[in-house]
Design a protein. Structure first.
Length: 320
């Protein structure tokens, strides 16, 4: 029998798992704004430094709106030109942290929602199916029973990939033949999960170009059909974003949120060439909650989003 679930933050045991890979990724440095900003904030704090900081923020995927907001906060809190650069660095860190903390919202599984249904969406190549596998591992390690729905029926490889993750995590998989109606697969999965009293359903979906209206309509259909089994489902619509895609990730978040009402984000591929600043842009424009970040391909390379750790990585500060 699964343990009785309480209304607590998922990932409360992140000291036990998840933060190790996160720290390792942050420490690599090259994929982040760390070195760019470190050069500026260790030198003379003057007007040239402010202009260079603006340029580096924009190049680091922070975006115009968030960059302007950060610079305005610096004007209010940083030392006068010619002051200590360390004080300017502290002021920037405080501003970045305030922005990131506004979107630090761990996923909460309400005990009255069983199964808790999570619809996972995103464009091709962001790592949706891999993220589902990692989430299945995380939930299983928390003592929860998980069922997977192979809703990406357009790609036979996706069904096989999800089946492999099911085998690795011990989660049963509901699937049909390639080309089947994705809404029917998800409907069957939610029905099966209710019958088995599973704790969580993770529903995969086909990769959508956020500009393709017809494909976005298919996702809306999945949500409607899911609601016939449980009117409150999905309880979470989780958008997976590739951090290396920069401002295009912001455009994806904007379009998916408008079409589906995204309730949480997962940021993937932070172990590659991503500069990390895109979360500041998302925080400033959309204020969508960030649930998890992924830093590698291993089952455990997924951690609840930690604003303090992320801010420290961006600015090259020491992680606690």
């Amino acid at each position: 029998m699964p343990p009785e679930r309480s209304d607590t933050e998922l990932g409360a045991r992140k000291a036990r798992r998840g933060l190790g890979p996160l720290k390792a990724a942050f420490g690599r440095g090259k994929a982040w704004l760390t070195r760019d900003l470190g050069e500026i904030l260790s030198g003379k704090w003057d007007e040239d430094a402010v202009e260079e900081l603006e340029t580096r923020l924009l190049m680091g995927d922070v975006g115009v709106s968030a960059t302007n907001w950060l610079l305005e906060r610096l004007r209010e809190t940083a030392p006068p030109r010619g002051g200590e650069p360390s004080a300017a660095a502290d002021a920037l860190h405080a501003a970045v942290l305030a922005l990131l903390r506004s979107i630090e919202q761990p996923l909460v599984l309400a005990p009255e929602s069983r199964p808790f249904v999570i619809l996972v969406v995103g464009v091709n190549g962001t790592g949706k199916t891999t993220t589902i596998g990692k989430l299945a591992r995380l939930f299983s390690d928390e003592g929860l029973s998980v069922l997977l729905a192979a809703g990406d029926t357009f790609r036979a490889g996706a069904i096989q990939q999800l089946a492999e993750w099911g085998g690795r995590t011990g989660a049963p998989v509901v699937s049909q033949a390639p080309g089947a109606d994705p809404a029917a697969v998800v409907h069957d999965a939610v029905t099966a999960a209710r019958a088995r009293r599973a704790d969580v359903v993770l529903a995969d979906t086909a990769g959508r170009l956020h500009t393709a209206k017809g494909l976005m309509n298919e996702l809306e259909k999945i949500k409607r059909v899911m609601g016939r089994v449980d009117p409150s489902a999905p309880h979470e619509t989780l958008l997976v974003l590739d951090a290396s895609q920069g401002q295009n990730a912001l455009a994806q978040a904007r379009e998916f949120n408008a079409a589906l009402g995204v309730t949480g984000l997962v940021l993937t591929k932070l172990d590659g060439t991503a500069k990390g600043g895109i979360l500041l842009a998302i925080a400033r424009e959309l204020a969508l909650p960030v649930r998890f970040v992924a830093t590698g391909e291993r089952d455990t390379d997924l951690a609840p989003f930690d604003a303090d750790a992320f801010a420290a990585a961006l600015l090259g500060k020491q992680l606690p």
